[in-house]
Ligand binder design. Sequence first.
Ligand SMILES: [Zn+2]
Length: 202
Amino acid sequence: MTSSIPETFDAFAFSKQPDFHEPSVRQAFRKAVPLKTLVVYCYDPRATGIPEAVARALGEVHPGEVITGERGNKIASTTTLFEVVVAGGRAVDALRSVTVAQHLFGITNVAVVHHTHCGATSFTADGIIDAYRDEQGADISSLYERESLCISDYIESLKHDTGLLRASPGTPKHVHIYGFVYNIDTGELSLVIDDPGVQQSE
Ligand SMILES: [Zn+2]
């Protein structure tokens, strides 16, 4: 359903409210969702069982329930797990989401999940770069690092992605990073990388 476009959407932006106070809004967000874990996985429709499998493995609440406020608007959720759904479940596309999730809610875990028979294993870095040159007349050879373009080896892709997350200043040092392979036929989750991070003293 569509409706006519209002002159402005400011009414829906926290930062446009007359009494906007950034630290208070941030505190309210932290209370609104008890987030603990981000799951990075592929947009392949066969991979939709991944967040549930990770929730079971890590003891998370997902999808949880949306909480409605007194005025009937949706104000919070009981979930402890958010999904970051990107091609191949590659970490390169999730770095900013990790940073924002930490800022708004605080996070404890990031799970990167690559799945069996993934489309990202069906082409090579050279293959996609060449195809773009020939079909789109576009040079993407330096647009992304080659290691993040496709998956040629599941262990290597998980090592790369968990390493990329660990090296990012946007990933807090205390965050536990997991790398899993998910079997789309059996639903089985195999832990490949287990990087507990560094616990900071209070
Ligand atoms: Zn995939």
